[in-house]
Design a protein around this ligand. Structure first.
Ligand SMILES: NC(=O)C1=CN([C@@H]2O[C@H](COP(=O)(O)OP(=O)(O)OC[C@H]3O[C@@H](n4cnc5c(N)ncnc54)[C@H](OP(=O)(O)O)[C@@H]3O)[C@@H](O)[C@H]2O)C=CC1
Ligand SMILES: O=C(CO)[C@H](O)[C@H](O)COP(=O)(O)O
Length: 470
């Protein structure tokens, strides 16, 4: 596909309207439609006020848009995953013709993307599964974009995608990562890492707040100062801002008026499900998903505080302990995410380029951080056993920061502060720092109850049984 297709975008919610303005701002003509007409009208007004309406055409429905756009058409869907996307694709398959492209730019389970790619391409159309990260601000001013599809499909949309993407040192943070579900899977793992990073930040906030009696604004100021050093990242930056914000209605810190139940739309869970399917474990991501799920049981926790006599005792730690612990745990969360990408790349034969993925995450996306430059360099350099935590630059950083993570985990455990993600990150690194592990005993137990057999260390013979029944 060499001609740039006529662009359409369906779904003018938070992400769709911001992305549409970005596309128009970059000089491309755009057709738009939305399920409810109000949003289309509101968008047309917004585009007019921003002097971006001269290349905009609005339509009353997806079908109207598809019918009235000149071919070749590339229609971007920016709507919730699942049934809405399924229905839109079904409808478009009946309205579009060979040479046209459907782009699912929402957060979709990559298994659905693989299935839909086969289905849509079987109907003679082109399908692209495209992960977009950066929230509303990123979508408007430049997100990180992870594309899955054929090289031909990519070449057809590349000029638009590279124009609207975030730039890191002038290079677009967008690329074609592989066929079918590759783009959506990389976005899903991006979100898994996002969950882990947010959870680890939150655990440290909890210790400073309830273990050291610091006020949210003071903790926020700490995060703000960390955003200039090794922890420089979007999530640390916004944490500083959230913690320093005041609720105008009550005058209280804004966090203190927010119900402590975390929402989740599915990407963290999808990351875990796939990790388990691939025989992997991304334990810090798993801990973060679990923490969000447990948080939703507010009533149980209210009862539990009384029944279990929950206490949160004082902890004594310096600021550097918290900062170094976060750096160590963040490196481990990224490492677990990349291990999962590697396992999926092998399983689905995607040939993912991990250095490139780290590069396109350096700007525009929610997990952008100064570490990603070093991660891409590590993947291009010497990486023993393909493990990020073994790359010399990261092994060195871990040797300097894991002691602080250990102090933080120990203090949290003694003080009764829940730290599922930090603790699991530490156990990951401790496990991989031990040549002789503990599963000799597991193998013994399995053999005892199920005659499962084990391999002997001394002569390598397999299917061996222990002396349990002698
Ligand atoms: N918000 C974020 O930070 C990010 C979101 N995403 C993904 O982008 C996609 C859109 O999210 P977001 O913009 O936040 O969501 P919003 O809730 O802001 O907007 C949802 C949009 O989808 C439309 N929609 C909802 N249900 C249907 C349906 N059954 N059929 C057709 N259209 C429907 C809505 O139309 P109507 O106006 O009629 O309700 C609206 O235009 C999702 O896949 C999300 O996971 C990806 C990255 C970041
Ligand atoms: O993709 C995103 C950010 O990268 C979306 O904001 C997504 O909704 C975040 O996931 P959740 O809603 O489960 O926290």
């Amino acid at each position: 596909m060499d001609t740039l297709a006529n662009l359409g975008l369906y779904g003018l919610g938070t992400m769709g309207s911001a992305l549409a303005l970005n596309i128009l701002d970059n000089g491309f003509a755009l057709h738009v439609a939305n399920r409810s007409k109000d949003a289309t009208d509101a968008f047309a007004t917004e585009a007019t006020e921003a002097s971006l309406a001269d290349k905009l055409t609005t339509h009353g429905s997806l079908a109207d848009m598809a019918r009235n756009m000149p071919a070749p058409r590339a229609i971007i869907l920016m709507i919730p995953a699942g049934k809405p996307v399924e229905t839109a694709i079904e409808d478009l398959c009946d309205l579009l013709e060979p040479g046209d492209t459907i782009i699912d730019a929402g957060n979709t389970d990559f298994h659905d993307t693989r299935r839909r790619t086969a289905y849509v391409e079987g109907r003679g159309l082109t399908f692209i599964g495209m992960g977009v990260s950066g929230g509303e601000e990123g979508a408007r001013n430049g997100p990180s974009i992870m594309v899955g599809g054929t090289p031909d499909a990519w070449s057809g949309i590349r000029p638009v995608i590279e124009a609207i993407a975030a730039k890191f040192e002038d290079a677009p943070c967008a690329d074609h990562l592989g066929p079918d579900g590759a783009g959506h899977f990389v976005k899903t793992v991006h979100n898994g890492i996002e969950y882990a990073d947010m959870q680890m930040i939150t655990e440290l906030y909890g210790m400073m707040r309830y273990g050291q009696g610091m006020e949210p604004a003071a903790i926020g100021a700490r995060f703000e100062s960390w955003d200039t050093g090794a922890l420089k990242s979007y999530l640390v930056e916004i944490t500083g801002k959230v913690l320093q914000a005041t609720d105008s209605k009550t005058g209280k810190p804004a966090v203190d008026v927010i119900l402590d139940k975390a929402g989740q739309k599915g990407t963290g869970r999808w990351t875990l499900i796939e990790a388990l399917r691939l025989g992997q474990s991304a334990s810090s991501i798993e801990a973060a998903v679990a923490a969000r799920s447990w948080s939703s049981e507010k009533e149980t926790r209210v009862a539990g505080e009384e029944i279990l006599a929950g206490t949160r005792n004082a902890v004594e730690l310096g600021e550097a302990d918290y900062a170094d612990a976060l750096l160590a745990a963040r490196i481990i969360a990224y490492a677990q995410g990349f291990r999962l990408l590697s396992a999926a790349s092998d399983e689905y034969e995607w040939s993912l380029d991990f250095a490139r993925i780290a590069e396109i995450w350096r700007a525009g996306c929610i997990i952008r951080s100064s570490l990603l430059d070093d991660i891409s360099a590590a993947f291009r350099g010497d990486m023993p056993h393909g493990q990020l935590v073994f790359a010399p630059a990261f092994a060195d950083r871990l040797s300097k920061t894991v002691p602080a993570l250990r102090r933080v985990v120990a203090a949290a455990a003694l003080g009764g502060h829940p730290i599922p993600a930090l603790a699991s990150a530490l156990s990951f690194i401790d496990t991989f720092a031990m040549a002789r592990g503990l599963t000799d005993l597991i193998q013994g137990q399995r053999d005892f109850f199920g005659m499962h057999g084990f391999e002997r260390l001394d002569d390598g013979s397999t299917g061996q049984h222990g002396p349990w029944w002698e």
